[in-house]
Ligand binder design. Structure first.
Ligand SMILES: Nc1ncnc2c1ncn2[C@@H]1O[C@H](COP(=O)(O)OP(=O)(O)O)[C@@H](O)[C@H]1O
Ligand SMILES: [Mg+2]
Length: 213
C-alpha cells in the first residue's frame, strides 16, 4: 500500500498450512480494499509455461468489466494475448503485433505483464498470490523477477509459497530467492508446527472458551 513492490515467500513442509495462510492473508487484503489475483504452479505433465501467471491474470480478465480491461491492457493487449488468448476474445479483434525474435518477444511479454499489473495497481493495491512455487517453471520465475524489478514502485505485493524440502530440486526458484534477497525485495517466512500453547490458543478461539493443557 506504500507504493513499494515487495515479495513475501512462505515456506514449510507439505500440509503445514502455507496455502491456508496465503488464503487468510488474501482475505485480509481484500478487506482493506486490495485486488487479489490467485495462481499456482502445478506438477501435472503438459502444463504451459507461465501457468501461475496465466491463472492469476486469466481470472482477472474473465471477471473485469470489458472497457476497464481495455484501458488497463492498453497497447499491451496484443502482446498479452499471445499467452492469454481470452483477452482477445473479450476485447475483440486486436491488431497483430510485429513478429520479433524469440528473446525480444519474451522481453516484450515481461514488460507487458509488468505494465498490466502496474496499471491494475492504479485503482487499488494488488496482491498476486502464487502458490506451490516448488513446481514453478523457469519462465514464470524469470517473469516474476522481471516484474518486481521493473515495477519497483507499484502498490504490489507478491505473496508466494513453496515446499522448503523441494527447493533444491528447483534451481530457478533457488536463483530467484537469492536474487530477490540480494535486491532486498524479499521477506521469507518459514512456518513450522504450532507449539502446545499455540494449539491451545487456536482451540480456545475455535471453541470460544479456554482449554486445559
Ligand atoms: N490455521 C489453520 N486453522 C485451521 N486449519 C488449518 C490452518 N492452517 C492450515 N489448516 C488446514 O490444514 C490443511 C493443510 O493446510 P494447507 O494450507 O493446504 O498446507 P500446505 O499448503 O502447506 O500444504 C488444510 O486442510 C488447511 O485448511
Ligand atoms: Mg499448499
Amino acid at each position: 500500500m506504500t507504493g513499494r513492490t515487495h515479495v513475501v515467500f512462505v515456506s514449510g513442509e507439505p500440509g503445514i498450512g502455507k496455502s491456508r495462510l496465503l488464503q487468510e492473508m488474501a482475505i485480509r487484503a481484500e478487506e482493506v480494499g486490495a485486488i487479489v489475483l490467485r495462481g499456482g504452479a502445478s506438477e501435472a505433465e503438459g502444463m504451459p509455461p507461465y501457468l501461475p501467471f496465466l491463472e492469476a491474470l486469466g481470472g482477472y480478465i474473465r471477471a473485469a468489466p470489458r472497457e476497464q480491461l481495455r484501458t488497463q491492457a492498453g497497447p499491451m493487449a496484443p502482446i498479452l494475448a499471445t499467452i492469454l488468448p481470452e483477452l482477445a476474445v473479450v476485447l475483440g479483434n486486436l491488431p497483430d503485433s510485429y513478429p520479433l525474435p524469440a528473446d525480444q518477444a519474451r522481453l516484450r511479454l515481461y514488460e507487458a505483464v509488468g505494465m498490466f499489473l502496474a496499471s491494475l495497481t492504479s485503482t487499488a493495491p494488488l496482491v498476486l498470490l502464487l502458490d506451490d512455487l516448488q513446481w514453478a517453471d523457469p519462465a514464470s520465475l524469470d517473469l516474476l523477477r522481471h516484474v518486481v524489478r521493473q515495477q519497483s514502485t507499484a502498490r504490489l505485493l507478491i505473496l508466494g509459497a513453496y515446499r522448503a524440502g523441494e527447493l533444491a530440486s528447483n534451481l530457478a526458484l533457488e536463483r530467484t530467492l537469492l536474487d530477490l534477497n540480494r535486491a532486498r525485495l524479499l521477506t521469507s517466512l518459514t512456518i513450522g508446527p504450532l507449539v502446545e500453547e499455540e494449539i491451545a490458543a487456536l482451540a480456545a478461539v475455535r471453541l470460544g472458551l479456554p482449554v486445559e493443557h
